[in-house]
Design a protein around this ligand. Structure first.
Ligand SMILES: [Zn+2]
Length: 231
């Protein structure tokens, strides 16, 4: 058997225990990120099974959403923040795989998302993806699909790099600017399908709204799921 560097490290990772990403002391086996104690410490929202939850309310009057939910409450200096930093700034894909797998279980355990046809990770700015080496939302989406068997589609919506990060504009200008950030590049794939749009965190919902609106314009039904919720 011939293994590349990544293949070999994956294989070793599978068979050898490593330290828990949360407490750093407990040994955890195989593909686990956290020990049982740290897993329980993450503040679950329960939103996946609840209609009219705070994440759905973010999008009321802005973007027609069939269902929306986040898995955990985000707070500063928390274990969840540490996991998200690992995923976004430390090249730790396992952190995203963990979050995605937990989201997959939550999605599987409710009828509210039963009609979903496919998962679309929120497209990342090309430069950011290049720097990070991956799109963290795609890592989460693929892990969801590993538990909840849905197709992941990454080539139907793109992010337009020329219209972004003009942070000094006023609020309205920023909003108008956001509307042009995402383009549907394959509307036929989306038409009449129920899309679950995936991201790591929802805060104001502006980015998800912009991407979701593009998906809706292609004639799809839209739902949204994120790992974390912060208000
Ligand atoms: Zn631990």
């Amino acid at each position: 058997m011939h293994l590349t560097g990544r293949g070999l490290s994956d294989l070793l990772h599978l068979f050898y225990p490593h330290n828990c990403e949360g407490c750093g002391t407990d040994r955890v086996l195989q593909d686990q990120l956290l020990c049982a104690k740290c897993r329980q410490q993450l503040p679950a929202t329960g939103f996946f099974g609840i209609a009219d939850n705070p994440v759905e309310r973010i999008f009321y009057g802005r973007c027609r959403v069939a269902a929306a939910a986040s898995l955990y409450y985000f707070t500063k200096h928390s274990l969840l923040q540490h996991i998200l930093v690992q995923l976004k700034y430390r090249g730790n894909r396992d952190a995203g795989t963990y979050l995605g797998r937990m989201m997959g279980h939550a999605l599987r355990n409710t009828s509210r998302f039963a009609g979903v046809d496919m998962l679309i990770p929120l497209p990342l700015n090309e430069q950011k993806e290049y720097r990070r080496g991956y799109n963290q939302s795609a890592v989460i989406a693929h892990a969801i699909a590993g538990v909840w068997h849905k197709k992941v589609v990454t080539d139907a919506v793109t992010r337009n790099r020329f219209t972004e990060t003009q942070t000094h504009r006023n609020r309205i200008g920023r909003w108008q600017n956001m509307q042009d950030v995402f383009d549907v590049t394959n509307a036929a794939v989306l038409a009449n399908k129920h899309i679950l749009l995936i991201d790591d965190v929802v805060t104001t919902g502006a980015t998800l709204e912009a991407c979701g609106s593009a998906i809706l314009r292609a004639g799809a039904i839209l739902s949204i799921a994120t790992a974390a919720y912060t208000n």
